[in-house]
Each structure stands twice: as C-alpha cells, then as structure tokens.
Ligand binder design. Sequence first.
Ligand SMILES: CCCCCCCCCCCCCCCCCCCCCCCCCC(=O)SCCNC(=O)CCNC(=O)[C@H](O)C(C)(C)COP(=O)(O)OP(=O)(O)OC[C@H]1O[C@@H](n2cnc3c(N)ncnc32)[C@H](O)[C@@H]1OP(=O)(O)O
Ligand SMILES: NC(=O)C1=CN([C@@H]2O[C@H](COP(=O)(O)OP(=O)(O)OC[C@H]3O[C@@H](n4cnc5c(N)ncnc54)[C@H](OP(=O)(O)O)[C@@H]3O)[C@@H](O)[C@H]2O)C=CC1
Length: 515
Amino acid sequence: MSMIADFYGGKSILITGATGFLGKVLMEKLFRTSPDLRVIYILVRPKAGQTLQQRVFQILNSKLFEKVKEVCPNVHEKIRAISADLNQNDFAISMQDMQELLSYTDIIFHCAATVRFDDHLRHAVQLNVTATQQLLLMASQMPNLEAFIHISTAFSNCNLKHIDEVIYPCPVEPKKIIDSMEWLDDAIIDEITPKLIGDRPNTYTYTKALGEMVVQQESGKLNIAIIRPSIVGATWQEPFPGWVDNINGPTGLIVAAGKGFLRSIRATPMAVADLIPADIVVNLTLAVGWYTAVHRPKSTLIYHCTSGNLNPCNWGKMGIQVLATFEKIPLERAFRRPKADFTTNNVTTQYWNAVSHRAPAIIYDFYLRLTGRKPRMTKLMNRLLRTLSMLEYFINRSWEWSTYNTEMLMSKLSPEDQRVFNFDVRQLNWLEYIENYVLGVKKYLLKEDMAGIPEAKQHLKRLRNIHYLFNTALFLIAWRLLIARSQVARNVWFFIVSFCYKFLSYFRASSTLKV
Ligand SMILES: CCCCCCCCCCCCCCCCCCCCCCCCCC(=O)SCCNC(=O)CCNC(=O)[C@H](O)C(C)(C)COP(=O)(O)OP(=O)(O)OC[C@H]1O[C@@H](n2cnc3c(N)ncnc32)[C@H](O)[C@@H]1OP(=O)(O)O
Ligand SMILES: NC(=O)C1=CN([C@@H]2O[C@H](COP(=O)(O)OP(=O)(O)OC[C@H]3O[C@@H](n4cnc5c(N)ncnc54)[C@H](OP(=O)(O)O)[C@@H]3O)[C@@H](O)[C@H]2O)C=CC1
C-alpha cells in the first residue's frame, strides 16, 4: 500500500493553476492514485469565451483524464471549480466560496503563475508575488491546513552558476516592490525594470525569486515547502508517455523544427539541457506534500527538481534526437524539411537568420501575394526569432543545482512509494524520452493522425525536390550572370564545354572501333 496515496485519501486539496500544463498533470495523478480524496478545489477564471464549467468539462474529457475515469468514475463530483482571478483583491472569490475554502482545505498546491518571460513587471509582480502573498494570508486562516506547497522554478536564481536548496535574498524587499507597483506609472516601471532585474534575464525569473522571498517571510506557523523544477517537458511515463498540450519551453521549438520553420538556433551543443518530465515534477510534488504534512520539518525545505546533476544530457544530443525522430515520424504539411544547425556566434546567427529564416519567409509571402492570398510567413518568422532570442539565455549556459533534499526525500519513501511516486530521474533514458516527446507533440498537441505519416513523408520528398530544383535554378542564374560579366568565367565555361565535347567524342570513337 502506498503511504502517500493513502495520505491524500479523504483530503480537501486546493490547487491554483490547475488549468495549466503542470496543474492538469498534478490533478490527474491525484485522482488516479487517491480516488477516495474528498474534493479538489481549483481556482479558475473564465477564459477565451469559456465559462468555468466548460473549462473543467474540457479538461476532464481530454485524453489525459481517460485513465482517471476508470478508477474514479465520479471525478466530476470531486472537482469543485471556484471562480477566481489571482490578479484581483481576495482573488474575487465570493464570500460563500471563501468560507468553504477556509473551513475545509487540508493541503494547498500553488502552481499558478505567469510564465511569460517578457511580461510587464507590474503584471508579473501581481501574479508571481502579490498573489502568493495573498494566498499565504488565506492559508494562515485555514484551521485544517497541513501543508502549503509552492511551485517555483530552478531558474529563480539563474544569475548564479551553482544553486543550493536555499532562498537567496534579492536586493530590494518584495514588500517594497509590491508597494511601488501600486503607485508608479507604466513608463517609470519600464525604465526601472532592467535595474531591478539586474543580472537576471527577464521579469519571470526575477518575480519568481521575489515570490520565494515572500513565502519565506510570510510563512509564519505554516508548514511550507518550495519545489523548483527546471525546464518542464512532456510526461515520461504517466499517465502515458509524451503528453504535452502547450507550446512553452522546448515544445514550441520542437514544433517549429518539425514544421521546418526553425532551421538554425544559437545554442551551445555541450551545455546541459536541464529538462525534467512533468510527471516527475508531479510525483515529487505529491511526495513533498505528504512529507511536509506528516513529518513537519522545522524549516521551509526547498527541493530541486532537476536532471543535470543526476542524469545529464546536452542540447546537442537532444537536437540530434529530435531531428532523427522527425525522419521517422514527420509532422504534416511542413514548410521546409526539418534540419536545424547550432550556431555559436552573433555573425553566423545573423547570417543564418537572414538566409534560412527571413529569406524563405519573404519568398513564400511573395508567392502567397501572387496567388491572391494573405501573406503571413514573415510575421510568423519574426515571432519565432523573438521567441528564440528569449530562450537563448537558457540554451547557452549550464547550471549546477544541488539536490540533497530531493535525495533525502527519496530515501524516506517506502519501496512502493518509490515506484508509485517515482521521481528518480536517473532511470530516464533520454533518447527514448525525446522520441516519445516528439511523438506526443504530434499526437496530443498538434492532434495529427498517425495514418497521415506516409503522406507527410511524400510531402517532404516533394519539398526536397523543390529544394534541389530551386538550388539548381539559382546556380544557373548566378552562373549566367557571371559569364555575362567576367572574361575569366567565360574562359572557364568554354574550357568545361570543350572538355565535355572532347570526352564525349572520345567515347563515341572508341565504341565505334569496338563494333
Ligand atoms: C547539432 C545538432 C543540431 C540540432 C539542431 C536542433 C534543433 C532542433 C530542435 C530543437 C530541439 C531542442 C532544443 C530546444 C531548445 C529549447 C530551449 C528551451 C529553453 C526554455 C527555458 C525555460 C527556462 C525557464 C523554465 C521556467 O521556469 S517557466 C516556463 C517556460 N516559459 C516559457 O516557456 C514561456 C516562454 N514564452 C514567452 O515568454 C512568450 O511566448 C514569448 C516568447 C515572449 C513570445 O511572445 P509573443 O510573440 O507575444 O507570442 P505569444 O502571444 O506568447 O504566442 C504566440 C502564439 O502562440 C500561442 N500560444 C502562446 N502560448 C501558448 C500555449 N501555452 N499553448 C498554446 N498556444 C500558445 C498564442 O495563442 C499565439 O497564437 P495566436 O494568437 O497568434 O494564434
Ligand atoms: N513549464 C515550465 O517549464 C516550468 C514551470 N514552472 C512553474 O510551474 C508552475 C506551473 O507552470 P505551467 O503549468 O507550465 O504554466 P501554465 O502557463 O501552463 O499555467 C499557469 C496557470 O496559472 C493560471 N493563472 C495565470 N494567471 C491567473 C490568474 N490571474 N488567475 C487565476 N489563474 C491564473 C493559469 O490559468 P489560465 O488557464 O486561466 O490561464 C494556469 O492555470 C508555475 O508556477 C511555473 O512558474 C517552473 C519551472 C518550469
């Protein structure tokens, strides 16, 4: 019997960010392993024209939840969506809902955040810092609360090379930042943002670091733990391999490479690619929830959920495996054949961006215009290049994260819990994982049918022929222009032609002699 699964039985659990990538995998695992839990409260906002109920319905009816329905047929009754917006005061939760949350919640998993790298500082502070502070305040009024688990990121201190499982202070107190966001106008915030974030690359990592400080400062008598995952990728094993449903992090680049938009990337092939599958993060999170509630550590423990120090893989190896998988399982209707090179300096990056990204987009848009359609490729390419420039920071550096607490926790689990809530990244085979990841992107994110693979391969063959034809035509045009302008080129051309003529004449003569 799993002690962890048993622990969550009968519990009322509050999850923020349950509609996000990680939140959904967390919810799925909880329902599957502890179907007898009392209720999961989720804080949801209406979005994209959908009501709360429609959003929950869509999640529960997705492929991800297929196994849950077998073990927990009444899952619809066990999920309670509460209308909330973390940007609002008291999260805009009704009095009645707030009362219910305060009275019943046993465990909180705080996953909600803005993960956009370039979010305006005011918004990033609101969601990643102020909302965390408000949630802690709520938590302190919950008489039954056993544990508060805060999901941060391993990159909250990415300005350091070696990162321990401790909270590093930021130069300006979070409270001062929160206060200043209330009265400073946008123009001033824009001006001071680079100074505040200092040597961090974006507002996301900065506000996640502030969020951790808030957790430390406001923890009071609460039982708190912080989890820091690195780059969360598709699921490794559970509920099935390769599940992913958004384009954040590497996923967007995998799509762009498979569709043939991404042809070169400024990255360091030997830099450690600290990817961590979503199900490993979720297993660790649930184990931490159990440990924090049952063993009540004296201080707030921080757990690094990273792969680099236990089972390292580098970007070069990953890129090769992504491309190798596209050979076997191509994406449909690719723009160009998947092929991406790593560039290592500014000059080659600019050159390949112009030749492999911008020029084909301009040519294609020209073709769309000629055929009476709306051009769109240049816009898409500009967006891709912007995204690449934001990710570059993370694919040209390596970090070391210590994992003492994570390893300590692993040693505390029973063999059964180590199996059911496996977060031992050493068991992961990267090549197999990447192949399943790419397959998952095709099936679950892009919703492409596997029956379409032969047609996709045919399409790639056609693209290859077009590519050869285009290159030959380009060469001939360039040569023709050169001949028209240069005596040397003309001489070379006549030499080649006369050489070929003599060669052919010789063969004709020798074959006539034989007869
Ligand atoms: C030698 C071998 C050769 C081999 C060659 C190899 C190559 C081969 C292949 C390569 C493979 C391997 C190497 C790869 C390296 C990976 C590096 C990863 C590093 C990650 C580090 C992460 C570290 C930190 C981890 C963390 O701790 S946190 C998590 C990470 N956080 C992020 O990853 C957010 C990033 N993104 C943004 O920050 C914003 O996206 C921004 C970028 C500002 C754009 O922003 P913008 O241009 O405004 O575009 P959007 O508006 O955002 O979106 C535009 C459109 O996409 C839509 N759309 C946006 N979202 C989503 C969503 N979810 N789901 C669905 N759709 C979405 C949206 O609807 C809109 O569609 P539309 O409405 O136009 O139809
Ligand atoms: N993905 C990754 O690579 C990594 C993620 N993390 C951390 O893990 C956590 C989860 O990330 P992930 O699942 O990838 O992110 P997602 O962007 O997929 O999910 C974010 C969640 O937060 C919710 N949310 C955002 N704004 C609000 C708001 N104003 N009110 C209510 N809810 C809101 C979103 O709701 P809605 O659906 O309505 O938008 C969504 O459920 C975050 O804390 C992130 O920092 C850490 C390391 C890596």
